[in-house]
Design a protein around this ligand. Structure first.
Ligand SMILES: NC(=O)C1=CN([C@@H]2O[C@H](COP(=O)(O)OP(=O)(O)OC[C@H]3O[C@@H](n4cnc5c(N)ncnc54)[C@H](OP(=O)(O)O)[C@@H]3O)[C@@H](O)[C@H]2O)C=CC1
Ligand SMILES: N[C@@H](CC=O)C(=O)O
Ligand code: NA
Length: 426
C-alpha cells in the first residue's frame, strides 16, 4: 500500500519533507508499514510552479486547493503555509473531505484549534500538530502520552527560537537587534511576520497549546499576558549579570488552588537554573509535576529539518493507523473546565529598575513604599550613573499580583523617581 500526502505551501519547513522521505525512506516505510508518497504540492501561483519545475523539483504542483480536496487517493493533507487564512479554510475543507491533517500552524491552533478539532471529530478524521510547539522537541505527544498518570503543576518554557537566538547573539556577541533579526530570518527561524517572534505573540500561541496538553484547560490567547524582548535594555542585561541572573523570554503556566494562569514575559533566571543555559535557537520546556517532579525537554525550537522531522513523525503515526484500517486516536484527550487563578494566588519575585537623583534618603523613600505593601528586598544594587543620577536595582521577595500592581503604580507616581523597567524573577 502507498499513503498519498499533499502539501500546502513550499516554504522553509515544507521543503524539508522531501529530504527526510528520501534520506530516511527505509526507516519511515518500515515504521509506517507502508510507503509514503507526495502526491501533490499546493503552491501560490503559476509563476511559483514554473520556478520550482525549473529548479528541478519533480512534483505535481497545483495552484487550486480543489485539485487536492477532490483527489480521493490523498489521505493526508499537510498545511505548512502559516497564518490564519487561507490555512483555516483549507484545513476545514480537507477535514470535511475526510482527509487527516498535519500542521505546524500555532497561530491557527491557538485561536481556532477547538473549532478545527470539532470539524475533525465530526468527520471521523484527526488533526495532529507536534511541530507547532517548539519545532523539533517532541513535547506535545510526550505530555499527551507519558504524563497521563501525573499532575502537572507548572510549565516554564523558552519556546521561541528566534527571540532566544537574537538575545544570545546580542548579549554574548554584541550583535545589533537588526543584525540578529535578519540572521534569524535568513536561517528560516523567524515567522513570515517576525513581529510575532519578538513581541512574545508566537510564544503565547505555544503557551495556549501547552496549557491544553499539560493542564487540560484552554486559556484564551487574549488571556495570556505577553510581552516581547524589545523592552529589555543593555542596562537590564548588565544588572541581571551583576545580580546573578540571565534574562530570557520565558512562558509560564501555573495551576494554583484558585485556577490556572499563563504569561510570556522577559524573566530573570538564576544563573544555575536549567533554563538559563538554553541559548541560540535551542528551546526547552521545564515541567514540574507531583509524580515525575522536574523534567526538562530540550532541543531546536525552529529550523527546517527539526520542524519537518516532527511533521513527518505525525504523518507516520497517521499512516500506521490508516494502513491497518484503524480509527485514529485524537492527538490530545485531556480536557476539563478552564478556571482562571485569582491575583492573590499569583506570587512571584520581581526586579525593579529605578532611576533617581543620587542624594541621601532616596532609597529610604523606596523602602517605605515596599514596607507599606509588606514586601521586603532580597537584593539592592545602587550605582552612580553620572550627572548626579543613581541607578537602583531591587530584587524583591515574593509578592502577589495585587501588591505588584500597587507598587508599580506608587513608584511610577513617586516624584523624582523613574521606574525604568520591571521584570519577573524566578
Ligand atoms: N520555520 C520554522 O522553524 C517553524 C515554522 N513553524 C510553522 O510552520 C509553518 C510554515 O512555516 P515556514 O515554512 O517557516 O514558512 P514559510 O513562509 O517559509 O513558508 C510558507 C510557504 O507557504 C506559501 N504560501 C502562503 N500562502 C499560500 C497560499 N495561499 N497558497 C500556496 N502557498 C502559500 C508561502 O508562499 P509566499 O512565500 O509566496 O508567501 C511560503 O512559500 C508556519 O505555520 C510556521 O509558524 C513551526 C515551527 C517552526
Ligand atoms: N518562529 C518560530 C518558529 C517555531 O515555532 C520560532 O522562532 O520559534
Ligand atoms: Na514539538
Amino acid at each position: 500500500m502507498t499513503i498519498n500526502i499533499a502539501l500546502l505551501g513550499f516554504g522553509t519547513v515544507a521543503s524539508g519533507i522531501p529530504f527526510l522521505l528520501k534520506e530516511n525512506g527505509e526507516k519511515i516505510t518500515a515504521q509506517a508499514g507502508t510507503d509514503i508518497q507526495i502526491a501533490k504540492f499546493l503552491v501560490r501561483d503559476d509563476a511559483e510552479k514554473q520556478a520550482l519545475l525549473a529548479q528541478g523539483h519533480q512534483y505535481e504542483f497545483v495552484t487550486d486547493i480543489t485539485a487536492i480536496l477532490n483527489d480521493d487517493t490523498i489521505d493526508i493533507v499537510i498545511e505548512l503555509m502559516g497564518r490564519i487564512e487561507p490555512a483555516k479554510t483549507f484545513i476545514t475543507q480537507a477535514l470535511q473531505a475526510k482527509k487527516h491533517v498535519v500542521t505546524a500552524n500555532k497561530d491557527l491552533l491557538a485561536v481556532h484549534g477547538s473549532d478545527l478539532l470539532k470539524v475533525a471529530t465530526d468527520n471521523g478524521v484527526v488533526l495532529y500538530y507536534e511541530a507547532a510547539v517548539t519545532g523539533g522537541i517532541p513535547i506535545l505527544r510526550t505530555l499527551a502520552n507519558s504524563y497521563t498518570a501525573d499532575k502537572i503543576t507548572k510549565i516554564l518554557g523558552v519556546v521561541n527560537g528566534t527571540s532566544n537566538f537574537m538575545m544570545t547573539k546580542m548579549v554574548d556577541e554584541g550583535w545589533t537587534y537588526d543584525e540578529a533579526l535578519a540572521e534569524a530570518s535568513r536561517l528560516g527561524y523567524a515567522e513570515s511576520d517576525p513581529t510575532n517572534d519578538v513581541d512574545g505573540i508566537d510564544a503565547a500561541y505555544k503557551i495556549v497549546i501547552l496549557s491544553q496538553f499539560a493542564f487540560g484547560m484552554t486559556i484564551k490567547f487574549e488571556d495570556v499576558r505577553h510581552e516581547g524582548i524589545r523592552n529589555i535594555t543593555p542596562e537590564d542585561v548588565k544588572l541581571a549579570q551583576k545580580l546573578g541572573f540571565v534574562i530570557k523570554l520565558v512562558g509560564e503556566i501555573v495551576e494554583r488552588p484558585s485556577g490556572i494562569y499563563a504569561e510570556v514575559v522577559p524573566t530573570f533566571l538564576p544563573k544555575n537554573h536549567q533554563l538559563a543555559t538554553v541559548n541560540g535557537v535551542m528551546n526547552a520546556v521545564f515541567v514540574e509535576s507531583i509524580g515525575i517532579n522536574e523534567a526538562m525537554f530540550y532541543g531546536p525550537g525552529a529550523g527546517q529539518k527539526p520542524t519537518a522531522t516532527s511533521v513527518v513523525a505525525d504523518v507516520i503515526e497517521l499512516a500506521k493507523g490508516i494502513d491497518k484500517g484503524e480509527v485514529l486516536p485524537a492527538f490530545n484527550t485531556f480536557t476539563r473546565e478552564t478556571v482562571y487563578a485569582t491575583k492573590e494566588d499569583l506570587v512571584d519575585k520581581y526586579y525593579f529598575a529605578i532611576e533617581t537623583e543620587d542624594k541621601a534618603g532616596q532609597l529610604l523613600h523606596l523602602a517605605e513604599l515596599f514596607h507599606a505593601e509588606n514586601v521586603s528586598f532580597e537584593q539592592v544594587f545602587q550605582e552612580n550613573i553620572g550627572d548626579d543620577r543613581a541607578s537602583i536595582a531591587i530584587i524583591s521577595h515574593k509578592m502577589d499580583l495585587n501588591q505588584f500592581d500597587s507598587l508599580v503604580e506608587k513608584i511610577s507616581n513617586l516624584e523624582g523617581f523613574t521606574l525604568r523597567n520591571t521584570i519577573k524573577v524566578i
